[in-house]
Design a protein around this ligand. Structure first.
Ligand code: SAJ
Length: 427
């Protein structure tokens, strides 16, 4: 099909880069967000998210005259829904935003249109949840208009590059719908485009993130075993990974972000009796922050009244995203145990954890601390000079939950550096 106009619903980490990229590739795009603040920021030429290259791309999109933003949809040849699908307290997929986005386009849907859902969703969502809502337009999904599911698989921190280069899976409600989806994404995707049905495409997305979650859980369990056996698990992983068919991931303080810590639950929710391993991996990763705090408490001989500097709150290195961040969980636990915690997150300087003191600078976070805990391996923290840190702190305990600080270098500056997964657990 020929597509000239596009309406993208949701201007977050996926929707905004996608809308901007289509605009710079010649489509007339209206980006829609129900959050007035987001629309205002974008209209003022600012960007509300931190992602390398995004500001430049958005400015180029506006500069081309092809991108506009709005709080309400407009008629278009194609619609992309890229809204969040959070989980509820009881770990069920919350499809409220998908529903609202779908309902908002119903009045604009015309015969021959294409609707693509990009939001990560439980298997069957496109066919059994989205199609019925859209049929309120009086048009039949897959017959009067095309309907497809295409998961986004870009890695935060590398979104712009991966958007263009990653292979893309497009699952159609019908083969014609899948082909219409290909006509759209082929405008900029340089990776291969694979067509399938909608439910398979939904499953593929969930499997990818579940694969990663289960493998990180394994790495975290290895770290616990390393401490039990007095083995430096980082060295052991490096050696094991020399095997041609082994590729163990990195232990850490837990798994965060809006994807990997959420998506596996969609499978557990949908068919828990068939997903015991997936559920257990989630539980291992979710218990990792508490495990890390035990290690710190043991090193300090208790946490009540202690002064702790916590470095990083983002869910992973070199991003500003705080969603489901294990670093925040760690800080919460330390606060709950009565320590005085000062946090510093360079990518999101205003981020606060209740009960912790928000330091305005790295110096302020470290000043007078008895222990420093590295929670996120941001580049600035990786290259910290231990002698400089020692000069600011009162105590000499350091806990590295990311395996990036050198025991020798920190030891030479008088630190007792503990690394998650190395040395014996002193509980
Ligand atoms: N982590 C570890 N150890 C590792 C790798 C990651 O502890 O070895 C932690 C990170 O610190 C972070 C969490 O896991 O807290 C997730 O980080 P990540 O870099 O593995 O993944 P995300 O959530 O940033 O992006 C993932 C990607 N999925 C896969 O690699 C299968 C990305 O391609 C998806 O597009 C994205 O989820 C998404 O939106 O679903």
């Amino acid at each position: 099909m020929t597509i000239e106009t596009l309406c993208v619903l949701g201007l977050g980490y996926i929707g905004l880069p996608t809308a901007s990229t289509f605009a710079t590739h010649g489509l007339k795009v209206v980006g829609v967000d129900v959050n007035q603040r987001v629309v205002d920021i974008l209209r003022n030429g600012e960007v509300h998210l931190h992602e390398p290259g995004l500001r430049t791309l958005v400015q180029a999109a506006f500069g081309s005259g092809n991108l506009s933003v709005s709080e309400t949809p407009e008629p278009a040849d194609a619609f992309i829904i890229a809204v969040p699908t959070p989980i509820t307290e009881d770990k069920r997929a919350d499809l409220r935003y998908v529903r609202e986005a779908a309902e908002s386009i119903v009045p604009y849907l015309r015969p021959g249109n294409l609707v693509v859902l990009e939001s990560t969703s439980p298997p069957g969502t496109t066919a059994n949840f989205l199609a019925p809502i859209l049929s309120d337009s009086g048009l039949r999904a897959g017959e009067d208009f095309h309907l497809a599911y295409s998961p986004e698989r870009v890695l935060p921190g590398r979104i712009l590059q991966e958007l263009l280069e990653n292979a893309r899976v497009i699952g159609g409600l019908t083969p014609e719908s899948a082909r219409a989806g290909r006509d759209l994404y082929a405008l900029f995707v340089r990776g291969e485009i694979h067509l399938t049905d909608a439910t398979t495409a939904e499953m593929v997305k969930l499997m990818e993130n579940t694969f990663r979650d289960v493998n990180i859980a394994l790495a975290n369990e290895f770290a616990r075993l390393g401490e039990h056996f007095g083995v430096d698990i980082w060295q052991a992983i490096e050696l094991a990974n020399l095997h041609p068919r082994v590729s163990i991931l990195r232990p850490g303080p837990g798994v965060g972000g809006h994807c990997i810590s959420v998506d596996p639950w969609f499978l557990v929710e949908a068919a828990g009796d068939r997903a015991a391993l997936i559920r257990q991996a989630r539980l291992v990763n979710d218990s990792q922050p508490a495990y890390v705090v035990e290690r710190l408490a043991a090193a300090l001989g208790g946490l009540a009244g202690r002064e702790v500097a916590a470095l990083g709150l983002a869910y992973k290195a070199d991003v500003d995203d705080l969603r489901e961040s294990p670093a925040i969980e760690v800080v919460r636990h330390i606060v709950d145990r009565g320590a005085r915690v000062r946090t510093f997150e360079p990518y999101s300087p205003g981020a606060e954890v209740p009960g912790a003191h928000l330091a305005a600078s790295l110096e302020e976070a470290l000043q007078g601390a008895e222990a420093v805990v590295l929670l996120v391996d941001h580049q600035d923290f990786r290259s910290l000079e231990p002698a400089w840190v020692a000069g600011l702190m009162k105590g000499s305990t350091a806990l590295d939950t990311r395996g990036v600080w050198s025991v020798e270098a920190w030891g030479a500056s008088g630190f007792r550096l503990l690394t998650l997964g190395a040395g014996s657990q002193e509980i």
